[in-house]
Design a protein around this ligand. Sequence first.
Ligand code: PRX
Length: 631
Amino acid sequence: MIPKISNLEEYKSVYNKSIKDPAGFWAEIADCFQWKKKGNQINSGNFNDVNHSWFEDSTLNITENCLDRHLDKRGEKTAIIWESNDPKEEGKHISYRELHAMVSQFANVLINKGVQKGDRVCIYMPMVPELAVAVLACARIGAIHSVVFGGFSARALADRIDDAECRVLLTADSTYRGKKEIRLKDISDDAMNLTDKIDNCITLKRTGNDINMKQGRDSWWHDEIDGVSTFNEALELNGEDPLFILYTSGSTGKPKGILHTTAGYMVYTAYSFKNVFQYEENDIYWCTADIGWITGHSYIVYGPLLCGATTLMFEGVPTFPDAGRFWDVVEKYKVNIFYTAPTAIRALQACDLGFVSSKDLSSLRVLGTVGEPINEEAWHWYNDHIGKKQCPIVDTWWQTETGGILISPLAGITPLKPSYATLPLPGVEPILVNNEGEIIEGNGVEGNLCIKNSWPSQTRTLYGDHERFIQTYFSTYPGYYFTGDGCKRDEDGYYRITGRVDDVINVSGHRIGTAEVENAIAEHEGVCETAVIGYPHDIKGQGIYAYVVCYEEVKNADELRKEILAKVIELIGPIAKPDKIQFVSGLPKTRSGKIMRRILRKLAEGEFDKLGDVSTLLDPSVVEKIKSGVI
Ligand code: PRX
């Protein structure tokens, strides 16, 4: 059994031990898993050579740990509860035994399609149990899954298929999120017109809506599984064999294929799941994220299943059919642990309290948040109205790259402070570094958040581009992993994440690179130049603000805005749509031609008196024009 820390003193002593002797600490945790062969090498490598690795001479299959291992004791226990977008459609309860059979069967389907160890499989599916089945089936045969969130466009999907060279695409006919239909197969068809990589596209029938099928390439999921054996011997994999790729945005260039490997990811996600949420055997656990993001990978699928938990998957959105949906689901399934994003909390906070007060939320024991800083007001609303001041809130800080939660309270153990992620988990050494790369010691300080040493679930590389991996994370402050976040450490040694210090913006907990949006806008033929920045947004945390310079005089601004939005939707997807587009005659630039984003941020915030010195700009008059709204 994975050990669970039970009080603050124990946390401190476990933490100290984990930092003094990481190999010894993680070796003990690793003993709680099922290995095919247990090696001696716990960790190796360092951040100077960027060659960190974990459990590299051990072999295992992660799905044996998620599924097979539980069959004796928990075979009939519910592994996945599924709740449809439509509250009238009956939900599903899938036991560990059933899930094991579904995964084994689909693993056989993939093998029949010629998928082998190391092959990449792209998954573009809605939040239905088959999505988890697809992910685990890949892991069972050593194929590398690359899940793409349903809010991405055909172009973005094709780019990801191309980058990872996927030959198989798994999708569904369509899905509903709220009232909106997302035609996943149509989008997949468009993507497959943009790339010739896909040989096999398997489509799950979810809504039954009309779709096109191309002979020889496309088939139905139900036809593929028909008559296929539900027995599959899990493949023996090395601890460092790749488990999945997940694309995420950075400050420059195209999205990066974050690569996670098998054993370290397994050990860390399970350990952090159990300890952060203080999971207990019969808890009903619900994380509202989508499996298209890292939160869904680590804390809907892998972490909970590794611990033998019941994990709830929800297809819909918090506001459909009304703003009480989350609380209906909590009441319906008697959810004990509830994990969501600040943006959802803020959106629901803005609605009538009647949506909450009419529901029985007494089953809740632990609340969590993830994805962006939570403002104090939202924290208190969550605490008062959802947790009724009885449920600890774990504000979990982590990233796609970290694989698992790195800084967070342990529920009911770590004393809380609103909007603080508080303390690091065992095995994690956060440091604050100033702009010169020196470590800032002591408390009551602020700096750039880095991590000093490797932890098991750390990204190993960017798929196909190790040099970019080194450049992005290990060159700003050599010898340390740089997170891209700013952070305060208060007098008590508690960490508070202040937000990104690079050109990444966090919109409703979704990470968006300003450069990507700029590239998309610049594809519009009328656009000469553009600069995109984040600005504070009441619900989304940050909104997207685009300053656009056109070649010609803007005659119909509304029309042009629509066209620009359509471009962004086409090239990236609806999630990257700018909230505001301002047409301007020029951008504030230094004499060397660098765009002064700091000034644009202040202008977007309306903080005209805090612009600082603009006299050194190439053309200071552009600032006055932007202020006055003159193009
Ligand atoms: O800026 C931090 C913010 O989200 C970024 C990571 O985004 P992504 O890779 O998409 O993963 C999100 C889910 C793990 C971080 O660099 N972030 C994440 N959690 C928090 C947070 N900011 C403040 N507080 C958090 N709890």
